[in-house]
Design a protein around this ligand. Structure first.
Ligand code: IFM
Length: 446
Protein backbone atom coordinates (compact mmCIF):
# COMPACT_ATOMS: atom_id res chain seq x y z
CA UNK A 1 0.00 0.00 0.00
CA UNK A 2 1.41 3.37 -0.96
CA UNK A 3 1.70 6.12 1.59
CA UNK A 4 -1.43 8.08 2.47
CA UNK A 5 -0.89 11.73 3.22
CA UNK A 6 -3.82 14.05 3.87
CA UNK A 7 -3.89 17.64 2.61
CA UNK A 8 -1.75 20.23 4.35
CA UNK A 9 -3.64 21.91 7.24
CA UNK A 10 -6.01 18.94 7.55
CA UNK A 11 -7.42 19.06 11.08
CA UNK A 12 -7.45 15.94 13.23
CA UNK A 13 -9.63 15.85 16.28
CA UNK A 14 -11.80 13.97 18.71
CA UNK A 15 -15.35 14.76 19.82
CA UNK A 16 -17.57 14.56 22.90
CA UNK A 17 -20.80 16.13 24.18
CA UNK A 18 -21.67 17.81 27.47
CA UNK A 19 -24.34 15.46 28.83
CA UNK A 20 -22.32 12.40 27.83
CA UNK A 21 -19.19 13.33 29.81
CA UNK A 22 -19.60 16.22 32.23
CA UNK A 23 -21.62 14.87 35.16
CA UNK A 24 -22.19 17.56 37.85
CA UNK A 25 -25.79 17.56 36.72
CA UNK A 26 -27.05 19.81 39.52
CA UNK A 27 -23.93 21.68 40.60
CA UNK A 28 -22.94 25.34 40.56
CA UNK A 29 -26.37 26.60 39.56
CA UNK A 30 -26.94 24.35 36.56
CA UNK A 31 -30.60 23.95 35.57
CA UNK A 32 -32.25 20.63 34.82
CA UNK A 33 -32.05 19.41 31.22
CA UNK A 34 -34.47 17.15 29.36
CA UNK A 35 -31.86 14.39 29.55
CA UNK A 36 -31.64 14.75 33.35
CA UNK A 37 -35.40 14.40 33.51
CA UNK A 38 -35.58 11.57 30.97
CA UNK A 39 -32.76 9.45 32.41
CA UNK A 40 -34.14 9.77 35.94
CA UNK A 41 -37.35 8.04 34.85
CA UNK A 42 -36.92 4.25 35.30
CA UNK A 43 -37.15 2.28 32.08
CA UNK A 44 -35.87 4.99 29.73
CA UNK A 45 -32.17 4.09 29.83
CA UNK A 46 -30.66 0.61 30.02
CA UNK A 47 -29.83 -0.40 33.61
CA UNK A 48 -31.21 2.92 34.83
CA UNK A 49 -27.93 4.66 33.94
CA UNK A 50 -27.89 8.46 34.06
CA UNK A 51 -25.46 11.25 33.19
CA UNK A 52 -25.38 12.44 36.82
CA UNK A 53 -21.66 11.64 37.10
CA UNK A 54 -20.75 10.34 33.64
CA UNK A 55 -16.97 10.80 33.15
CA UNK A 56 -16.89 13.52 35.83
CA UNK A 57 -15.31 15.75 33.22
CA UNK A 58 -16.68 18.88 34.94
CA UNK A 59 -14.24 18.23 37.78
CA UNK A 60 -11.50 16.52 35.78
CA UNK A 61 -11.25 18.74 32.70
CA UNK A 62 -7.63 19.69 33.43
CA UNK A 63 -6.56 16.06 33.46
CA UNK A 64 -8.59 15.48 30.30
CA UNK A 65 -6.97 18.37 28.45
CA UNK A 66 -3.58 16.83 29.35
CA UNK A 67 -4.75 13.61 27.71
CA UNK A 68 -5.92 15.47 24.61
CA UNK A 69 -2.50 17.09 24.43
CA UNK A 70 -0.86 13.70 24.76
CA UNK A 71 -2.93 12.42 21.82
CA UNK A 72 -1.55 15.29 19.77
CA UNK A 73 -4.90 16.38 18.34
CA UNK A 74 -5.28 19.69 16.50
CA UNK A 75 -8.86 20.32 17.55
CA UNK A 76 -11.33 19.16 20.19
CA UNK A 77 -15.07 19.16 19.53
CA UNK A 78 -17.09 19.68 22.71
CA UNK A 79 -20.62 20.86 23.35
CA UNK A 80 -22.02 23.43 25.76
CA UNK A 81 -24.73 22.59 28.22
CA UNK A 82 -27.38 25.27 27.66
CA UNK A 83 -28.93 24.81 31.16
CA UNK A 84 -25.48 25.16 32.77
CA UNK A 85 -25.16 28.57 31.13
CA UNK A 86 -28.80 29.72 31.24
CA UNK A 87 -30.55 27.49 33.80
CA UNK A 88 -34.11 28.28 32.64
CA UNK A 89 -33.16 28.42 28.96
CA UNK A 90 -33.96 32.12 28.75
CA UNK A 91 -33.32 35.12 30.94
CA UNK A 92 -30.80 34.98 33.76
CA UNK A 93 -27.34 33.62 32.99
CA UNK A 94 -25.22 31.56 35.39
CA UNK A 95 -21.68 32.93 35.85
CA UNK A 96 -20.30 29.66 37.19
CA UNK A 97 -21.57 27.84 34.12
CA UNK A 98 -20.04 30.10 31.51
CA UNK A 99 -16.82 30.33 33.59
CA UNK A 100 -16.40 26.57 33.31
CA UNK A 101 -16.41 26.80 29.52
CA UNK A 102 -14.08 29.82 29.59
CA UNK A 103 -11.60 27.88 31.68
CA UNK A 104 -11.91 24.84 29.43
CA UNK A 105 -11.62 26.62 26.08
CA UNK A 106 -8.78 28.88 27.22
CA UNK A 107 -6.87 25.87 28.58
CA UNK A 108 -7.32 24.13 25.23
CA UNK A 109 -5.94 27.22 23.49
CA UNK A 110 -2.94 27.36 25.85
CA UNK A 111 -2.24 23.79 24.82
CA UNK A 112 -2.44 24.58 21.12
CA UNK A 113 -5.78 22.79 20.65
CA UNK A 114 -8.54 24.53 18.68
CA UNK A 115 -11.93 24.28 20.41
CA UNK A 116 -14.82 23.40 18.07
CA UNK A 117 -18.02 24.09 19.97
CA UNK A 118 -21.46 22.60 19.40
CA UNK A 119 -24.17 24.82 20.84
CA UNK A 120 -26.81 22.10 21.04
CA UNK A 121 -26.06 18.45 21.56
CA UNK A 122 -29.47 17.51 22.94
CA UNK A 123 -29.56 18.79 26.55
CA UNK A 124 -32.41 21.30 26.26
CA UNK A 125 -33.29 23.14 29.48
CA UNK A 126 -36.28 21.30 30.98
CA UNK A 127 -37.96 24.66 31.63
CA UNK A 128 -38.21 25.11 27.85
CA UNK A 129 -39.60 21.61 27.38
CA UNK A 130 -42.28 22.63 29.88
CA UNK A 131 -43.50 25.16 27.29
CA UNK A 132 -43.41 22.63 24.44
CA UNK A 133 -39.67 22.38 23.76
CA UNK A 134 -38.65 22.57 20.12
CA UNK A 135 -42.26 22.26 19.02
CA UNK A 136 -42.70 25.81 20.33
CA UNK A 137 -41.40 28.27 17.75
CA UNK A 138 -40.36 30.73 20.50
CA UNK A 139 -37.63 28.30 21.52
CA UNK A 140 -35.83 29.05 18.24
CA UNK A 141 -35.56 32.67 19.41
CA UNK A 142 -34.35 31.67 22.89
CA UNK A 143 -31.70 29.51 21.25
CA UNK A 144 -30.49 32.45 19.20
CA UNK A 145 -30.23 34.57 22.38
CA UNK A 146 -28.28 31.82 24.16
CA UNK A 147 -25.95 31.53 21.16
CA UNK A 148 -25.38 35.29 21.07
CA UNK A 149 -24.35 35.20 24.71
CA UNK A 150 -21.91 32.34 24.00
CA UNK A 151 -20.42 34.18 21.01
CA UNK A 152 -19.82 37.20 23.24
CA UNK A 153 -18.32 35.26 26.15
CA UNK A 154 -16.38 32.53 24.34
CA UNK A 155 -15.76 34.04 20.91
CA UNK A 156 -12.11 34.83 21.71
CA UNK A 157 -11.29 31.17 22.27
CA UNK A 158 -13.52 29.28 19.86
CA UNK A 159 -12.55 28.94 16.21
CA UNK A 160 -15.41 26.78 14.98
CA UNK A 161 -19.09 26.84 15.97
CA UNK A 162 -21.65 24.15 15.24
CA UNK A 163 -25.26 25.19 15.82
CA UNK A 164 -26.83 21.73 16.10
CA UNK A 165 -25.74 18.14 16.33
CA UNK A 166 -27.89 15.71 14.36
CA UNK A 167 -31.28 17.44 14.18
CA UNK A 168 -32.67 14.19 12.72
CA UNK A 169 -32.04 12.47 16.06
CA UNK A 170 -33.54 15.33 18.06
CA UNK A 171 -36.63 15.39 15.85
CA UNK A 172 -37.33 11.72 15.26
CA UNK A 173 -35.72 9.75 18.10
CA UNK A 174 -36.86 12.40 20.58
CA UNK A 175 -40.35 13.10 19.24
CA UNK A 176 -41.43 10.23 17.01
CA UNK A 177 -39.85 7.03 18.33
CA UNK A 178 -39.65 8.53 21.83
CA UNK A 179 -36.49 6.61 22.67
CA UNK A 180 -34.61 9.82 23.41
CA UNK A 181 -35.56 12.81 25.56
CA UNK A 182 -38.16 14.22 25.74
CA UNK A 183 -39.77 10.86 24.87
CA UNK A 184 -42.63 12.20 22.72
CA UNK A 185 -44.18 9.80 20.18
CA UNK A 186 -45.91 11.86 17.53
CA UNK A 187 -44.80 12.12 13.92
CA UNK A 188 -46.36 15.52 13.24
CA UNK A 189 -44.64 16.93 16.33
CA UNK A 190 -41.35 15.53 15.08
CA UNK A 191 -41.80 17.34 11.75
CA UNK A 192 -42.60 20.59 13.53
CA UNK A 193 -39.57 20.13 15.78
CA UNK A 194 -37.34 19.60 12.73
CA UNK A 195 -38.51 22.88 11.23
CA UNK A 196 -38.03 24.88 14.43
CA UNK A 197 -34.57 23.39 14.92
CA UNK A 198 -33.57 24.45 11.43
CA UNK A 199 -35.09 27.87 11.97
CA UNK A 200 -33.03 28.27 15.15
CA UNK A 201 -29.97 27.22 13.18
CA UNK A 202 -30.56 29.90 10.53
CA UNK A 203 -31.30 32.61 13.11
CA UNK A 204 -28.08 31.74 14.90
CA UNK A 205 -25.97 31.84 11.75
CA UNK A 206 -27.35 35.30 11.05
CA UNK A 207 -26.57 36.41 14.62
CA UNK A 208 -23.04 35.06 14.24
CA UNK A 209 -22.50 37.15 11.09
CA UNK A 210 -23.72 40.24 12.99
CA UNK A 211 -21.35 39.54 15.91
CA UNK A 212 -17.66 40.43 16.07
CA UNK A 213 -16.72 36.76 16.17
CA UNK A 214 -14.05 35.48 13.90
CA UNK A 215 -14.04 31.78 13.06
CA UNK A 216 -16.48 29.60 11.20
CA UNK A 217 -20.03 28.44 11.72
CA UNK A 218 -21.94 25.43 10.37
CA UNK A 219 -24.24 22.59 11.33
CA UNK A 220 -23.66 18.86 11.87
CA UNK A 221 -25.98 16.33 10.25
CA UNK A 222 -25.96 12.56 10.69
CA UNK A 223 -26.05 11.36 7.10
CA UNK A 224 -26.56 7.84 5.84
CA UNK A 225 -26.03 6.73 2.25
CA UNK A 226 -29.08 4.69 1.29
CA UNK A 227 -29.00 2.18 -1.51
CA UNK A 228 -31.89 0.35 -3.09
CA UNK A 229 -31.98 -3.32 -2.02
CA UNK A 230 -32.91 -4.38 -5.57
CA UNK A 231 -33.43 -3.07 -9.08
CA UNK A 232 -37.21 -2.96 -8.69
CA UNK A 233 -38.80 0.46 -9.06
CA UNK A 234 -40.67 0.06 -5.80
CA UNK A 235 -37.46 -0.53 -3.87
CA UNK A 236 -35.75 2.34 -5.64
CA UNK A 237 -38.62 4.65 -4.72
CA UNK A 238 -38.46 3.38 -1.12
CA UNK A 239 -34.72 4.11 -0.98
CA UNK A 240 -35.37 7.60 -2.32
CA UNK A 241 -37.96 8.20 0.42
CA UNK A 242 -35.58 6.95 3.10
CA UNK A 243 -32.95 9.31 1.69
CA UNK A 244 -35.51 12.13 1.87
CA UNK A 245 -36.30 11.27 5.47
CA UNK A 246 -32.76 10.90 6.81
CA UNK A 247 -30.74 13.18 4.57
CA UNK A 248 -32.49 15.57 2.22
CA UNK A 249 -35.07 16.80 4.76
CA UNK A 250 -32.16 18.56 6.49
CA UNK A 251 -29.60 19.08 3.71
CA UNK A 252 -31.95 20.76 1.24
CA UNK A 253 -33.42 23.52 3.42
CA UNK A 254 -30.02 24.38 4.94
CA UNK A 255 -28.06 24.34 1.69
CA UNK A 256 -30.69 24.95 -1.00
CA UNK A 257 -33.38 26.91 0.83
CA UNK A 258 -36.21 24.43 0.19
CA UNK A 259 -37.65 21.23 1.59
CA UNK A 260 -37.65 18.30 -0.86
CA UNK A 261 -40.96 18.40 -2.74
CA UNK A 262 -41.31 14.62 -2.90
CA UNK A 263 -41.15 14.45 0.91
CA UNK A 264 -43.57 17.32 1.50
CA UNK A 265 -46.03 15.50 -0.79
CA UNK A 266 -45.47 12.17 0.95
CA UNK A 267 -45.73 13.56 4.49
CA UNK A 268 -48.82 15.63 3.60
CA UNK A 269 -50.62 12.37 2.93
CA UNK A 270 -49.58 10.94 6.33
CA UNK A 271 -49.33 13.72 8.90
CA UNK A 272 -49.35 17.48 9.48
CA UNK A 273 -46.54 19.16 7.63
CA UNK A 274 -45.49 22.31 9.50
CA UNK A 275 -46.44 25.62 8.03
CA UNK A 276 -43.42 27.55 6.90
CA UNK A 277 -42.94 30.72 4.95
CA UNK A 278 -40.46 31.77 2.30
CA UNK A 279 -38.92 34.03 4.95
CA UNK A 280 -38.32 31.00 7.22
CA UNK A 281 -36.61 29.21 4.35
CA UNK A 282 -34.40 32.18 3.59
CA UNK A 283 -33.32 32.29 7.24
CA UNK A 284 -32.63 28.55 7.29
CA UNK A 285 -30.61 28.93 4.10
CA UNK A 286 -28.25 31.56 5.61
CA UNK A 287 -24.83 30.73 4.16
CA UNK A 288 -22.71 28.46 6.35
CA UNK A 289 -18.93 28.07 6.26
CA UNK A 290 -19.00 24.29 6.35
CA UNK A 291 -21.14 21.21 6.75
CA UNK A 292 -20.34 18.76 9.55
CA UNK A 293 -21.09 15.13 8.69
CA UNK A 294 -21.42 12.32 11.21
CA UNK A 295 -21.00 8.98 9.48
CA UNK A 296 -21.42 5.56 11.07
CA UNK A 297 -23.19 3.23 8.67
CA UNK A 298 -25.22 2.85 5.47
CA UNK A 299 -28.60 1.34 4.62
CA UNK A 300 -30.12 -0.96 2.01
CA UNK A 301 -33.77 -0.25 1.57
CA UNK A 302 -36.77 -2.12 0.26
CA UNK A 303 -40.43 -1.23 0.07
CA UNK A 304 -42.50 -2.39 3.05
CA UNK A 305 -46.14 -1.29 3.05
CA UNK A 306 -46.43 -2.11 6.76
CA UNK A 307 -43.86 0.46 7.81
CA UNK A 308 -45.64 3.69 8.60
CA UNK A 309 -45.04 6.40 7.43
CA UNK A 310 -42.24 5.69 4.97
CA UNK A 311 -43.37 2.29 3.66
CA UNK A 312 -39.70 1.37 3.53
CA UNK A 313 -37.45 -0.81 5.64
CA UNK A 314 -33.81 -1.67 5.96
CA UNK A 315 -32.41 -4.98 4.74
CA UNK A 316 -29.37 -6.60 6.34
CA UNK A 317 -26.48 -7.26 3.95
CA UNK A 318 -24.43 -9.62 6.11
CA UNK A 319 -21.65 -7.09 6.67
CA UNK A 320 -19.89 -7.10 10.05
CA UNK A 321 -21.59 -5.04 12.71
CA UNK A 322 -20.39 -2.90 15.58
CA UNK A 323 -21.50 -3.37 19.17
CA UNK A 324 -24.43 -1.05 18.37
CA UNK A 325 -25.57 -3.49 15.69
CA UNK A 326 -24.66 -1.01 12.94
CA UNK A 327 -23.30 -2.50 9.70
CA UNK A 328 -19.75 -1.46 8.87
CA UNK A 329 -19.41 -0.01 5.36
CA UNK A 330 -16.34 2.22 4.86
CA UNK A 331 -16.92 2.77 1.10
CA UNK A 332 -20.31 4.24 2.09
CA UNK A 333 -18.36 7.19 3.48
CA UNK A 334 -16.70 7.77 0.11
CA UNK A 335 -20.06 7.60 -1.70
CA UNK A 336 -21.62 9.99 0.79
CA UNK A 337 -18.83 12.54 0.58
CA UNK A 338 -18.89 12.54 -3.20
CA UNK A 339 -22.63 12.85 -3.33
CA UNK A 340 -22.72 15.80 -0.91
CA UNK A 341 -19.87 17.46 -2.80
CA UNK A 342 -21.71 17.07 -6.11
CA UNK A 343 -25.25 17.93 -4.97
CA UNK A 344 -24.35 20.79 -2.66
CA UNK A 345 -21.95 22.89 -4.64
CA UNK A 346 -18.62 21.60 -3.36
CA UNK A 347 -19.30 22.75 0.21
CA UNK A 348 -16.45 22.52 2.69
CA UNK A 349 -16.94 19.44 4.87
CA UNK A 350 -15.67 18.26 8.24
CA UNK A 351 -16.36 14.73 9.36
CA UNK A 352 -17.50 15.74 12.84
CA UNK A 353 -18.02 12.16 14.06
CA UNK A 354 -16.98 8.68 13.04
CA UNK A 355 -16.15 5.70 15.20
CA UNK A 356 -17.51 2.47 16.56
CA UNK A 357 -18.75 0.86 19.74
CA UNK A 358 -16.81 -2.23 20.81
CA UNK A 359 -16.86 -4.60 23.71
CA UNK A 360 -13.53 -3.36 25.12
CA UNK A 361 -11.80 -5.06 28.00
CA UNK A 362 -8.68 -4.26 29.98
CA UNK A 363 -6.16 -7.08 29.58
CA UNK A 364 -3.88 -8.41 32.31
CA UNK A 365 -1.20 -5.88 31.36
CA UNK A 366 -3.65 -3.05 31.92
CA UNK A 367 -4.05 -2.30 28.19
CA UNK A 368 -7.07 -2.18 25.91
CA UNK A 369 -6.27 -3.85 22.59
CA UNK A 370 -9.15 -2.59 20.48
CA UNK A 371 -7.94 -3.84 17.11
CA UNK A 372 -11.49 -3.82 15.73
CA UNK A 373 -11.77 -0.06 16.32
CA UNK A 374 -8.31 0.55 14.89
CA UNK A 375 -9.29 -1.38 11.78
CA UNK A 376 -12.60 0.53 11.51
CA UNK A 377 -10.85 3.90 11.69
CA UNK A 378 -8.09 2.83 9.32
CA UNK A 379 -10.61 1.78 6.66
CA UNK A 380 -12.69 4.93 7.03
CA UNK A 381 -9.61 7.18 6.90
CA UNK A 382 -8.70 5.55 3.58
CA UNK A 383 -12.13 6.40 2.18
CA UNK A 384 -11.85 9.98 3.42
CA UNK A 385 -8.47 10.22 1.72
CA UNK A 386 -9.92 8.82 -1.52
CA UNK A 387 -12.62 11.49 -1.36
CA UNK A 388 -10.00 14.20 -0.93
CA UNK A 389 -8.20 12.82 -3.97
CA UNK A 390 -11.52 13.14 -5.86
CA UNK A 391 -11.58 16.87 -5.02
CA UNK A 392 -14.03 16.77 -2.12
CA UNK A 393 -13.27 19.79 0.08
CA UNK A 394 -12.73 17.76 3.24
CA UNK A 395 -11.00 19.88 5.87
CA UNK A 396 -10.89 17.71 8.98
CA UNK A 397 -11.89 14.58 10.84
CA UNK A 398 -13.15 14.14 14.40
CA UNK A 399 -13.14 10.65 15.86
CA UNK A 400 -16.10 9.78 18.08
CA UNK A 401 -15.16 9.64 20.80
CA UNK A 402 -12.29 11.03 22.85
CA UNK A 403 -13.36 8.72 25.67
CA UNK A 404 -16.02 6.17 26.59
CA UNK A 405 -19.14 7.94 27.79
CA UNK A 406 -22.90 7.88 28.38
CA UNK A 407 -24.38 6.49 25.16
CA UNK A 408 -27.90 7.94 25.61
CA UNK A 409 -30.60 5.26 25.89
CA UNK A 410 -27.83 2.61 25.89
CA UNK A 411 -26.26 4.06 29.04
CA UNK A 412 -22.66 3.03 29.74
CA UNK A 413 -22.98 -0.37 28.07
CA UNK A 414 -21.58 0.82 24.72
CA UNK A 415 -18.01 2.04 24.53
CA UNK A 416 -17.02 4.38 21.66
CA UNK A 417 -13.85 5.92 23.12
CA UNK A 418 -10.26 5.78 21.94
CA UNK A 419 -9.66 6.28 25.65
CA UNK A 420 -11.09 3.73 28.10
CA UNK A 421 -12.94 5.02 31.16
CA UNK A 422 -13.19 2.89 34.27
CA UNK A 423 -16.45 4.31 35.64
CA UNK A 424 -15.75 3.06 39.17
CA UNK A 425 -12.43 4.85 39.58
CA UNK A 426 -12.68 7.36 36.70
CA UNK A 427 -9.27 6.16 35.55
CA UNK A 428 -8.57 6.86 31.85
CA UNK A 429 -6.46 4.50 29.71
CA UNK A 430 -5.58 5.37 26.12
CA UNK A 431 -6.58 2.36 24.02
CA UNK A 432 -4.47 0.84 21.24
CA UNK A 433 -6.57 2.76 18.67
CA UNK A 434 -5.75 5.98 20.52
CA UNK A 435 -2.00 5.30 20.39
CA UNK A 436 -2.32 4.47 16.70
CA UNK A 437 -4.39 7.62 16.03
CA UNK A 438 -1.66 9.69 17.65
CA UNK A 439 0.78 8.40 15.03
CA UNK A 440 -1.70 9.08 12.21
CA UNK A 441 -1.94 12.68 13.40
CA UNK A 442 1.83 13.03 13.74
CA UNK A 443 2.32 11.83 10.16
CA UNK A 444 -0.85 13.44 8.78
CA UNK A 445 -1.50 10.00 7.31
CA UNK A 446 -0.10 6.51 7.49
O1 IFM B 1 -22.95 9.15 21.03
C1 IFM B 1 -23.55 9.61 19.87
C2 IFM B 1 -23.38 11.10 19.73
O2 IFM B 1 -23.87 11.79 20.82
C3 IFM B 1 -24.08 11.60 18.50
N1 IFM B 1 -23.72 10.81 17.34
C4 IFM B 1 -23.72 9.39 17.43
C5 IFM B 1 -22.96 8.95 18.65
C6 IFM B 1 -22.98 7.41 18.74
O3 IFM B 1 -24.28 6.94 18.85
Amino acid sequence: MSKIKFSENFLWGVATASYQIEGAWNEDGKGESIWDRFSHIPGNVIKGDTGDVACDHYHRYEEDVKLLKELGIDTYRLSLSWPRIIPDGKGKTNNKGIDFYKRLTSLLRENGIKPAVTLYHWDLPQKLQDIGGWSNRDVAGYFQQYAQYCFKELGDYVSMWITHNEPWVVSFLGNWYGTHAPGVKDFSTALLVSHNLLLSHGKTVKAFRDSNCSGEIGITLNLTPLYSASDSNNDKEAAKRADGYYNRWFLDPVLKGRYPKDMIDWYSRKACVPEFTQTDLEIINSPVDFLGINYYSSGYVKEDKNEWPLEACNVETGRDKTDMGWEINPPGLYDLLLRVHKDYNGIKIYITENGRASNDIINRHGNVEDDDRLDYLYKHFIEAYRAQQSNVNLAGYYVWSFMDNFEWAEGYAKRFGITYVDYKTQERIIKKSGHWYKEVIRNNGF
